[in-house]
Design a protein around this ligand. Structure first.
Ligand code: NCD
Length: 307
């Protein structure tokens, strides 16, 4: 594997491989000194053109735990509208001698473009509405950790599917691992066409919740809504929010997930996020080990994993 741009590039086998290697790095992360020399001498650049807290810190922590050097580049979204300046930036960074670029950008396809320009490995950390493959990998890892396997699991993905790269990557990965995915959203928050999506669709969250093993709540992406897609936040919460009352409809062992950052009280109630079956902080913790696995598989093959 040279780049990680989209979930479908990995296929089911590629996902399984990342999850297997992640197991080793979860073990490394539990050590008193959670660090291995696997990527000593390698340089990883994080190139973030869009805001991020957990994803950027998670990748940087992962790189450090593998003993890689890390360079950080953050840019205000507005300054990079021109393709030429993006290319200049990337070529400048490349000239410094780097091994991997972790990129987040507001436009779909930018990681792919960068991969065509440079020799280093490229990891997509979120491109527009398109994909966020490491989020899907950490979500699969978290579900597998709790439920053993995703095969035949019933997963509801709820909310703002239209603007969500997390939904696109998650649906692809969940389906590749054999899960049965239902999207639950108002028609205005679904993509205009679901052709090729391996999903069923519902507009009735109350009817879906009792039947699922996992409810995956998406963030309402207000910053991506150019038009009025919702009557009001209150009405959204009334129909599609995971309120405390609705959480009681879930089976006892059903998992509650969210990629963060949460709009508490909008798509998910604060007390639901704190329930015992909520694995939202486990998702974040697993994110570091998953990203260690991805960086290791891209840059470190042939080296002693446990170091
Ligand atoms: C997501 C993102 O930015 O794609 N956050 C994340 O990486 N965990 C989801 C979101 O912003 O809603």
């Amino acid at each position: 594997m040279k780049h990680l741009l989209a979930v479908n590039d990995l296929g089911a086998e590629g996902i399984e491989e990342v999850l297997r290697v992640t197991d080793s790095f979860v073990e490394v992360s539990s050590r008193a000194i959670p660090k291995v020399p696997a990527l000593r001498g390698k340089t990883v650049v994080s190139l973030f053109y869009e805001s991020s807290t957990r994803t950027r810190l998670s990748f940087e922590t992962a790189a450090r735990r593998l003993s890689a050097d890390i360079m950080t580049f953050t840019a205000p979204t507005s300054a990079i509208a021109k393709g030429e300046s993006l290319r200049d930036t990337v070529e400048t960074i490349q000239a410094m001698g780097i091994d991997a670029v972790v990129v987040r950008h507001g436009s779909a396809g930018v990681p792919q473009l960068i991969a065509s320009w440079i020799d280093a490995s490229v990891v997509n950390a979120g491109d527009g509405w398109h994909e966020h493959p490491t989020q899907a990998l950490l979500d699969c890892y978290t579900i597998r950790q709790r439920r053993g396997s995703l095969d035949a699991l019933r997963i509801a993905v709820v909310g703002d599917v239209k603007h969500s790269r997390v939904a696109r990557s998650d649906v692809a990965a969940f389906a590749l691992l054999g899960a049965d995915v239902t999207l639950v959203a108002p028609p205005t928050l679904l993509p205009p066409s679901l052709e090729g999506w391996p999903v069923t669709v519902s507009h009735d969250l109350d009817a879906v919740l009792p039947k699922v093993d996992v409810v995956y709540v998406l963030r309402l992406q207000n910053e991506r809504m150019k038009e009025a897609l919702l009557p009001s936040l209150r009405e959204y919460t009334a129909s599609y929010g995971l309120t405390r009352r609705r959480a009681d409809l879930l089976a006892d062992d059903a998992l509650v997930m969210h990629p963060g950052p949460m709009n508490r009280g909008v798509e998910i109630a604060a007390d639901v996020a704190a329930l015992e079956n909520s694995v939202i902080t486990t998702q974040v913790a697993n994110g570091v080990a998953v990203r260690m696995a991805v960086l290791y598989l891209l840059l470190g093959s042939g080296q002693d994993l446990a170091g």
